[in-house]
Design a protein around this ligand. Structure first.
Ligand code: AMP
Length: 412
């Protein structure tokens, strides 16, 4: 029986896992600089945590959640996104008693989407959230973190930051009415998918995936013209801080993000290098969400970044990890070679024992694994109570006593 992995899932190992670990290391370092604390929450939650706040009309809730009944009849869902679980965790653990509460997390999310390049059914996300402030510098601080993060991991990238404002709830109500009027007038030109959203959630038509809708949408009324005075002021403020921190951005008035809970600033970091799944990071403000989930009426803002998409753009630079291999010509020299192995591990030097006892096979393995040194043991070494140490990077070879091994390897 050959058991296959589940469609849309992937195993992380080798160079991909190396990239994942670099991302984790970088994100931890960045979080320290900006003082965000890590949180790890369960990968499954009660379904209601997602069903209401994400919006009954959102693709994530309607089509993509992995939801199942537990043996006692409770409905449980594998988390499709991280913001709501983080809010739930912040409320459950009284983290919102001291504000602002700045937290971040990294871990797997689950969405039953059609798998393709850059789109999986289990994928990893990084989330940064700031609960408890409506100061517009909060979104800019989060954007700074996102931009720093991308610049560190993917230098010389060609990403772009798009921003928009959805305004407050009055703005949205007014805009939705105008937009549905416009869309209804042009209904016949829209895809069936978009037609079904006109009355229930017209702004979702703006981020349609259907190319045939683009013509209509380009002529739709622009949300920016509906912002209330205070919403506009907030938006101007965000732009002011972005300029002050030299962050380039582009305004994209059709940027609405997929989930219902967003208001005011929304943003996305996109790349030209990934084809259709081109969003690396997306986020925004969600001022009513914490209250919806049973917390106090405090604002929030955050972003989510796709780890796999970032990994696809990362290039690994070969680190010179010091690793010592062994090439033993015959098994009868094994115990003698193991004396060198013992000294190396006692000195915290990374070793690779290949269990081969064959010069040719051992050397080809060492080359394949990019070893730094190979200790060669044959008749001559054994007779003279010495070891041949070959530096694979320089080609230098030395015959040394066991006492000289560590010094040679550390200094060569
Ligand atoms: P979202 O929660 O949909 O805004 O997604 C935030 C980020 O997660 C996106 O910008 C992507 O980088 C990543 N992402 C979302 N869905 C997937 C998926 N199915 N596979 C891989 N990455 C994803």
């Amino acid at each position: 029986m050959k058991i296959k992995s589940i469609r849309g899932t992937h195993d992380l190992f080798g160079s991909e896992l190396e990239k994942y670990n670099i991302i984790k290391k970088n994100i931890n370092a960045i979080a320290k600089i900006y003082n965000f604390n890590e949180i790890i929450t369960p990968i499954f939650e009660n379904t209601e945590l997602f069903s209401k706040p994400l919006g009954e009309q959102s693709d994530v809730v309607l089509k993509q959640m992995y939801t199942f009944l537990d043996k006692n009849g409770d409905s449980i869902t594998l988390r499709p996104e991280y913001t709501t679980p983080m809010i739930r965790a912040a409320i459950s653990n009284n983290l919102l008693l001291s504000l602002p509460c700045k937290i971040f997390g990294i871990g797997p999310m689950f969405r039953r989407e059609r798998p393709q390049k850059g789109r999986y059914r289990q994928f990893n996300q990084i989330n940064f959230e700031n609960f408890g402030t409506d100061d517009t510098f909060a979104e800019v601080e989060l954007i700074l973190i996102a931009v720093n993060f991308i610049n560190q991991l993917i230098p010389n990238n060609n990403f772009r930051l798009n921003i928009n404002s959805l305004g407050d709830s009055n703005t949205l109500d007014l805009y939705k009415k105008e937009l549905s009027k416009f869309l209804n007038k042009n209904k016949k030109k829209l895809s069936l998918d978009s037609q079904t959203k006109i009355d229930s959630n017209p702004i979702r038509v703006l981020d349609t995936k259907h190319k045939e809708d683009r013509g209509v949408i380009s002529k739709a009324p622009s949300m920016i013209n509906f912002l209330s005075e205070s919403a506009l002021k907030k938006y101007e403020n965000v732009k002011k801080y972005l300029k002050e921190f030299n962050i380039e951005y582009k305004e994209d008035f059709s940027l609405v993000r997929g989930l219902d809970y967003y208001c005011h600033t929304v943003f996305e970091i996109k790349t030209n290098s990934l084809g259709s799944q081109d969003t690396l990071i997306g986020g925004g403000r969600y001022d009513g969400l914490i209250k919806t989930l049973g917390g106090n009426n405090i604002p929030g803002v955050g972003w989510a970044g796709g780890v796999e998409r970032i990994m696809m753009l990362m290039k690994l630079t070969k680190e010179n990890n010091l690793t010592v291999h062994f090439a033993i010509l015959n098994e009868k020299f094994k115990d003698y070679a193991l004396k060198a192995y013992k000294i190396l591990i006692e000195n915290d030097i990374s070793v690779y024992w290949n269990f081969k006892y064959n010069l040719k096979k051992s050397l080809s393995k060492s080359n394949e694994l990019n070893a730094s040194f190979v200790i060669i043991v044959g008749d001559e070494e054994y007779k003279n109570k010495k070891y041949t140490v070959k530096n694979l990077k320089t080609g230098n070879q030395n015959l040394v006593k066991i006492k000289e091994l560590i010094k040679l390897i550390k200094n060569d």
